[in-house]
Design a protein around this ligand. Structure first.
Ligand code: SF4
Length: 283
């Protein structure tokens, strides 16, 4: 569909040949992200770790929504987090949710924050699912990887609360970080075995995220050699395919054991679920 949109844009991750997402639209209520994950893929956006507010956000969202057909799928957010700490004070994402509900759209919320539970009542009245990212259960490791984001136990608790309110929930086990979190795959899925879907992905690097990873973890110096053995797909360096297959096979095996649907994000490796992002769970 060729629409002139302003803040809601067709989701098209750098035209990746490996993207298996259904047709959907991307909406970032905030620009930048104060969760400051060192592996973040969105740091091509200038001053990315400085959270900014979009001018006239609500009227712009409303205008874009009026151009979309009912039940168009909106993914919020892909290049930021819709629930930074500032959201508690500003409630911008909540106001955006109200607009999306008014316009009868389908919604996939993607976050690392337990602030999403503030909106449980509203989300429960929408055609919506919530995907929460967890990379590690180790509080200290998480504080180094994702210094501005809530600790992992809070995220699991948020998933649990959403699930108990019958909101479809997805575990985003992403990224799996070789040499750091790969040994936690089973434990993370086990802790979240009540979710309906797991989407997982291995760590992809760009020059700037590699630099941040090595500044924080000098012991990962071997990444230079490891990623050289892998492939470069568009702007990202991928791990060697046999290692990606091995890590994701582990995800598949544990998910099958727990009877959870699973998929992989931009890996070029087959999965059985009806959608990669879990949007098939939206009522
Ligand atoms: S929460 Fe997402 S968008 Fe924000 S810094 Fe982390 S990876 Fe980037």
């Amino acid at each position: 569909m060729n629409l002139t949109m302003d803040v809601i844009k067709p989701f098209d991750p750098w035209k990746s040949p490996l993207c298996t997402c259904p047709e959907k639209y991307s909406l970032n209520p905030y620009t930048g992200c104060s969760h400051c994950c060192i592996y973040c893929y969105s740091t091509y956006i200038p001053n990315f770790y400085r959270l900014r507010i979009k001018k006239n956000l609500l009227s712009r969202v409303e205008k874009d929504l009026s151009k979309l057909p009912k039940h168009a799928l909106i993914s919020m957010s892909n290049s930021s987090d819709p629930y930074p700490p500032l959201e508690k004070k500003l409630g911008l994402t909540r106001k955006v949710l109200e607009l999306i509900k008014e316009h009868d759209m389908d919604l996939m919320i993607v976050t690392k924050s337990d602030i999403v539970t503030r909106d449980i009542g509203l989300i429960g009245e929408m055609n919506a699912a919530v995907s929460i990212s967890i990379t590690t259960l180790d509080k200290e490791l998480a504080a180094k990887l994702e210094p501005g984001a809530p600790e992992p136990t809070k995220r699991i608790e948020a998933l649990r609360r959403l699930h108990s309110e019958k909101i479809p929930v997805v575990l985003r086990l992403d990224p799996i970080i070789p040499g750091k979190s790969e040994g936690e795959i089973e434990k993370i899925i086990e802790e979240c075995s009540f979710v309906s879907h797991v989407v997982s992905s291995t760590l992809k690097l760009r020059f700037d995220s590699l630099r941040r990873m090595l500044n924080t973890f000098p012991e990962l110096e071997h990444y230079h050699k490891l990623y050289k053995k892998g492939e470069k797909i568009q702007n990202s360096f991928y791990l060697p395919l046999d290692l990606r297959k091995q890590l994701l096979e582990n995800v598949r095996e544990v998910c099958e054991r727990y009877g959870i649907g699973y998929a992989f994000c931009r890996e070029g490796i087959d999965f059985k679920a009806k959608s990669c992002d879990g949007s098939h769970l939206i009522r």
